[in-house]
Design a protein around this ligand. Sequence first.
Ligand code: FE2
Length: 337
Amino acid sequence: MHVKQIFELGLKRGMEADPRGKKVIARNLARQQKEYDDLKPSHKKYFDLDRLTNPYPDCAIHVDNGKTAVRRVLAGIDISAAEILLASQLNERGQTIDLVISHHPVGKALVNLHQVMELTADVYEQEGIPIHVAEKIMEERRKEVGRGVHPLNQFQVIDMAKILGINFISTHTITDNMVDKFIRDMLYTVKPEQVQDIIDMLLTIPEYDTANHFGSGPRIVSGSPHHRIGKFMVEMTGGTNPSSKVYQELSQYGFSTIVGMHMKDESLTKAEKHYMNVIIAGHMSSDSLGMNLFLDELEKQGIEVIPCGGLIRISRNTQKSTDSADSRSVGKKKGGK
Ligand SMILES: [Fe+2]
């Protein structure tokens, strides 16, 4: 597979797992097209044409020489200049890295992180929260995130990859959608009754089990282990944490339990104030699960995956969980070429 094909496979899988469903994605893409069509000719040059086909502004191809048939990828939750240099070092040692994949966005994918947060407003609407409430709450938070990423040095890592000739992509919401769906489906199948049952369920997933060995496993941060779950919401996609204001609304509109990756203290205070149960599954472990579901697809195509940058690599192709030491052992071959 070539870099573009890998990225397009990611978009396909991300859309299949998207909690909004395909119709809403298609509607949003059509809006992008209209926005582009309505632009004055002098403004069209500033419009990123990727927006017409890629519904995830926090996912992008950063460097692609257009030629490489990818046989081995270096994949991490966070890719910094150090990991790009690592790819180059491995290349020099004969372990050719054809592509580096980061989960967390860099470059324009980081600049546009806040744009993907429209996903959350769509999900809230589908779950019965009036759209005027959902949009207003999320709009404030989107602006806050947009202000936060605006001054950052977004392209530093990409510059390094360009100089060293390393192909590089980011798959943020693509794989967050995949973990979100995985956890939702599991909750619908397992049907846990009490909050502790969710913790027990999560610990059957190797990524969370591994994290638990290091003290960063799933935990109850609000509510009691014996509280009933009631109606739940999985908060694992949508760019980043929603506004803290949403927990009052979620509680009011019948939600009792949140299962998320991470939560700001301000949000936790609000969720507690409104009597919600909150289970934090874990950040790196949840991001790893989403990435692993995608990387398994690449492995099936004969591509070798080398984990780095905080990725707890578990291959579901081999039906084997590796402990975290194994998952971080650079050069360990897990099938494929
Ligand atoms: Fe993350």
